[in-house]
Design a protein around this ligand. Structure first.
Ligand code: ATP
Ligand code: MG
Length: 209
């Protein structure tokens, strides 16, 4: 399988977890000894700030010559979004499965050409087991099935005690923390599935200390 090397974290919606997922994915690859280049294409600079805080704490995250690039984009529509996703091998689209968010996300997905739609992996974020969310996820799965393109991945739960503090930066890799089993399970499941679509090989027994 050919390796995917350009990953964008995008979608036509703000505040849904793009930066959180871009930074966690960077941690995941680094934890598994794969150097990545992390690009912040959002003027709000959440990812860049996280990167700088980790570097100030003595941890290098982003390596310019790496062949895996992760781009965090701004959650606004328009040509800047297309500019970043058109070169992507994998287009990760975090979203919150609420009706209002879904309308925007689905409208954006349907506006993409078929080639781009095929690369889209939706990531439900801030999941909680409510009927509204279950209905939203089922609705999105229907649209994906109808289009025959795109994919719905497993997501991350709503964990205010875990994910917001992560964005403050740390001298320790997220996956080297003493993670709660549920957090470990959901992040491992999601990032293993993303990695498997890139062709990058990871070895569970070989991780950084
Ligand atoms: N699974 C989660 N559980 C709890 N809080 C979360 C979760 N994911 C993200 N958050 C919080 O939600 C807020 C928005 O997340 P984030 O900044 O990653 O979104 P974004 O899509 O990059 O936003 P923007 O469009 O402003 O760039 C942050 O405060 C973040 O800590
Ligand atoms: Mg962001």
């Amino acid at each position: 399988m050919e390796a995917y090397t350009n990953i964008s974290v995008t979608g036509d919606k703000g505040g849904v977890g793009k930066s959180t997922i871009a930074c966690l994915l960077a941690e995941w690859f680094n934890y598994h000894n794969h150097k990545i280049k992390l690009v912040d294409a959002d003027p709000n600079q959440t990812t860049k700030t996280w990167l700088e805080k980790c570097e100030e704490a003595g941890r290098a995250i982003s390596f310019p010559t790496s062949n895996i690039t992760i781009v965090d984009t701004a959650g606004t529509s328009g040509s800047s979004l297309i500019k970043y996703i058109k070169d992507s091998d994998l287009i990760l689209v975090p979203f919150q499965p609420h009706v209002s968010d879904l309308e925007i996300v689905v409208g954006w997905f349907l506006s993409l050409n078929q080639l781009l739609q095929e690369k889209v992996k939706f990531i439900p974020n801030r999941l909680s087991n409510t009927k509204e969310q279950r209905d939203g996820l089922a609705e999105l799965q229907n649209i994906i099935d109808n289009e025959g393109r795109g994919e719905l991945l497993s997501g991350l739960s709503n964990r205010p005690a875990v994910y917001p503090p992560f964005l403050n930066g740390s001298k320790i890799n997220f996956f080297n923390n003493n993670l709660d089993e549920k957090v470990k399970d959901e992040t491992t499941r999601l990032f293993t599935s993303i990695t498997s679509k890139t062709g990058v090989m990871i070895n569970e027994t070989e991780s950084c200390e």
